[in-house]
Design a protein. Structure first.
Length: 299
């Protein structure tokens, strides 16, 4: 428990520093936060490759884990030249190109394998590229959304929403579930999760979103976000509710993958917490939801 608490403090400190870096001048903070997200994504992808291997499936671990770098290069080259929605289309095209790159690489390696075997390895590898990399790399799009929104601090608000919703949802779910217990939520996937904990998580997600709303409402330089896009407290309440729901789904998805791989934790990089993928599983889905939400708001 002591080790878990120490790691939790370290995680919160690193996240706080990464978010605070957004206030550095001349867009330096944007690229510092990009580096933060990329480091997390590469580690999580490597862990996902390991989970697939534990399911007795072959994967190009190193090439698939580097997809996030490839995706980032595409994004940086395009994001100031194209409309917001075109960026996503190009990133999807990039994912297809990367699949072909993996396929060609596996064909060159061959090792007397059939094309079917090569194709299966390539598909397993591109699965890693999609989950967690492609989905979590949408965080990079959110990080640079100020350019499209036409407002400073717009990206910070959505970054804060991601962390506030996922962290408080997880904390409330743990505390309420441990206190009230009751019927299990999905015993075949995650035996420790309860329905009461899930409801507590929804309350935590709403609380996190409303805290962000209170910040935006009370900081003068951020208030333009509310007025320009006609955002009210109930918009944030709905964002918190849905954000918590998809976060919990993300948690269950990774639990299912780990159960199939017969592994308790995706890794051991975070003592007392397991692997990086264990920490961002809920965040992956929340990031995806908030990316879509930000897209709807600014178009």
């Amino acid at each position: 428990m002591k080790q878990r608490s120490i790691t939790s403090f370290f995680i919160v400190l690193v996240v706080a520093i990464a978010v605070a870096s957004k206030f550095l001048p001349y867009d330096i903070g944007d690229y510092v936060f990009d580096l933060f997200i990329l480091c997390i994504t590469v580690v999580a992808a490597f862990e996902m490759s390991h989970l697939i291997e534990n399911c007795n499936k072959k994967v190009n671990k190193y090439l698939s884990s580097m997809y996030s770098i490839f995706n980032y290069i595409i994004f940086i080259c395009c994001y100031k030249l194209l409309e917001f929605y075109y960026i996503l289309l190009i990133e999807i095209a990039g994912l297809i190109v990367y699949f072909l790159l993996i396929l060609i690489t596996e064909c060159i390696k061959n090792n007397a394998r059939t094309f079917k075997e090569i194709l299966i390895v390539s598909l397993n590898s591109i699965l890693v590229c999609f989950y967690p990399e492609f989905l979590f790399c949408l965080f990079l799009n959110i990080n640079h959304i100020d350019f499209y929104a036409g407002l400073d601090y717009f990206s910070i608000v959505f970054i804060l929403l991601v962390f506030a919703i996922t962290m408080l949802s997880d904390t409330f779910a743990y505390l309420v579930g441990r206190t009230l217990k009751g019927p299990k939520l999905a015993p075949s996937i995650s035996p420790n999760k309860t329905i009461s904990g899930s409801i507590g998580g929804l309350i935590g997600g709403i609380a996190g979103s409303m805290i962000v709303y209170a910040l935006v409402y009370n900081i003068n330089s951020w208030q333009a976000i509310l007025s320009m896009y006609n955002l009210t407290w109930w918009h944030f309440l709905i964002i918190g509710l849905i954000g918590s729901m998809v976060s919990q789904i993300g948690d269950l998805v990774e639990s299912k993958i780990k159960r199939n791989a017969n592994i308790k934790d995706s890794g051991n990089i975070l003592p007392g917490h397991g692997g990086m993928l264990d920490r961002i599983d809920a965040m992956i889905f929340c990031v995806t939801f908030l990316y879509i939400t930000s897209f709807i708001i600014i178009i």
